[in-house]
Design a protein around this ligand. Structure first.
Ligand SMILES: *[C@@H]1O[C@H](CO)[C@@H](O)[C@H](O)[C@H]1NC(C)=O
Ligand SMILES: *[C@@H]1O[C@H](CO)[C@@H](O)[C@H](O)[C@H]1NC(C)=O
Ligand SMILES: *[C@@H]1O[C@H](CO)[C@@H](O)[C@H](O)[C@H]1NC(C)=O
Ligand SMILES: *[C@@H]1O[C@H](CO)[C@@H](O)[C@H](O)[C@H]1NC(C)=O
Ligand SMILES: *[C@@H]1O[C@H](CO)[C@@H](O)[C@H](O)[C@H]1NC(C)=O
Length: 413
């Protein structure tokens, strides 16, 4: 019995990127000299045995605590170690999890079926981690767990999509849809800075803050060259950061706006302290901004209360021959064709790994890499040019939320 509990609790621990690894490198000390080694050997052996015994006692009591009522049934793992982001999509006729046309918070632009898409297979895929199963999202159960809590998404439109997806997933467990509303009565729009949906029956807030760079964008310093129209302050968090601090769950993303077109070509240059960094590469700037974010989490966030997540770059599928269109498929691609690599994703993982407080990387880059069937394409609203970056809802962002919540629930939340 005990061993069964143990292996289930272990399986429940999703591998994360962080674990209190200090930023400063450790100083190596030579603690024994070879000639004296034989003399101390018995002592060393006794110490090792002691450590093993104490370690296993501590280990089992820790996992016994964790397993107390907090396991998600179904997160079953044969190998006792499961990276939920490594896996594949399997067809599952029980998906999708909701109907966007019946969810007032799914924006029309993401509702591909309402915008004329005829094939529906793209909605019927479930993410299957290689070594374990993610339990199906149970809206009633998760609403109960989220009672009195505040879930905050921060980032660009990909965060807005995940925010909408979560609200629609949760709404399937709400008996009176009118008891769920945007707190300011606002409509969803692309540039709005704040949207907050309140689930009255559960005293739950699910919020979105638009902050595409996470750091502050403002006027350039005086005497800047005339081509510099604005400056991105790599050492300063976006001024609305105060609003994020007391959340119970904080999910960030950034990446899609770190392009030449949106930055340099639009007159936006980088700045650190008082000086412009005219020649700084975009990836170096991204890394600096992310380190600013990491220090902010370390100093401002009480990670005893707040669970912090950072989602990696979500792959897009623009055609290589014509970067204004995409060849959307009706099925996921058989292989990732290089879309599973992203320099931004690597930087995110590296920065989070070096943080002094716990934060989790939602490593979604490779799981989206094969989903050339799941983008908006030309089923947008109003009909615009092709969109090979955003995702249809229901769709891929629902899987991000399933992973997010299976993580939270197995983490003893
Ligand atoms: C993200 O997931 C992919 C696929 O499993 C893996 O190759 C990659 O190493 C992961 N990245 C991190 C930082 O864990
Ligand atoms: C989604 O809901 C709309 C409106 O109720 C309905 O017309 C449509 O058939 C539903 N779609 C699916 C796939 O169930
Ligand atoms: C969802 O969770 C609720 C409450 O825990 C439970 O009663 C219900 O059976 C679950 N539904 C499914 C489909 O598992
Ligand atoms: C968080 O919890 C730890 C261990 O219980 C405690 O030492 C620390 O003071 C707490 N931090 C805050 C900010 O409450
Ligand atoms: C939309 O794209 C599909 C292929 O992805 C194409 O068959 C269809 O003609 C396009 N529709 C419009 C209105 O451009």
């Amino acid at each position: 019995m005990v061993s069964a509990i143990l292996s289930r609790s272990q399986s429940a621990r999703i591998r994360t990127q962080s674990f209190n690894s200090p930023r400063a490198s450790l100083v190596k000390r030579k603690w024994w000299a070879p000639e004296s080694f034989l003399n101390v050997l018995p002592v060393v052996l006794i110490l090792i045995a002691l450590v093993l015994v104490l370690g296993s006692v501590a280990y089992s009591s820790y996992f016994r605590d964790l397993s107390r009522g907090n396991l998600v049934p179904g997160l079953v793992d044969r190998d006792e170690k499961c990276d939920v982001f490594e896996g594949s999509w399997v067809r599952d006729g029980n998906y999708p999890l909701y109907n966007s046309s019946e969810c007032p918070f799914a924006e029309r632009g993401f509702n591909c079926l309402a915008n004329g898409r005829k094939d529906t297979e793209y909605q019927k895929w479930r993410w299957k981690p290689k070594r374990c199963d993610v339990p199906r999202f149970n809206a009633s159960e998760i609403l109960e767990r989220l009672r009195d809590k505040r879930v905050v998404f921060v980032g660009d439109s990909m965060s807005r999509t995940q925010w909408e997806s979560l609200i629609c997933m949760l709404m399937t467990g709400v008996s009176d849809p009118n008891s769920v509303y945007e707190v300011n009565g606002n409509q969803i729009s692309k540039t709005i800075r704040f949207l907050g949906v309140y689930f009255q029956a559960f005293n739950l807030r699910v919020e979105f803050f638009r902050s595409v760079y996470l750091v502050q964008q403002g006027l350039p310093p005086k005497h800047a060259p005339s081509r510099v129209k604005s400056a991105l302050r790599l050492d300063k968090m976006d001024e609305i950061n105060r609003k994020w601090v007391d959340a119970d769950v904080l999910i960030f993303n950034s990446g899609h706006w770190w392009t030449r077109t949106k930055l340099i070509d639009s007159g936006c240059y980088f700045q650190a302290a008082q000086s412009l960094k005219l020649g700084l590469s975009i990836t170096s700037a991204f890394r600096m901004a992310l380190n600013t974010w990491a220090s902010w989490v370390e100093t401002r966030i009480n990670t005893n209360k707040t669970h912090v997540f950072f989602r990696t770059y979500e792959p897009s599928h623009w055609s290589e021959s014509n970067p204004k269109v995409c060849e959307l498929t009706e099925q996921p691609m058989p292989d990732a064709q290089g879309n599973d690599r992203s320099e931004f994703a690597d930087i995110i993982s590296e920065v989070v790994r070096n943080m002094r407080v716990p934060a989790v990387v939602l490593n979604v880059t490779s799981m989206g890499a094969v989903r050339s069937d799941a983008h908006i394409g030309n089923w947008s609203h109003p009909v615009a040019s092709f969109d090979c970056s955003h995702w249809c809802l229901p769709g891929v962002p629902d899987a991000w939320n399933e992973l997010l919540f299976s993580y939270l629930l197995t983490d003893g939340w």
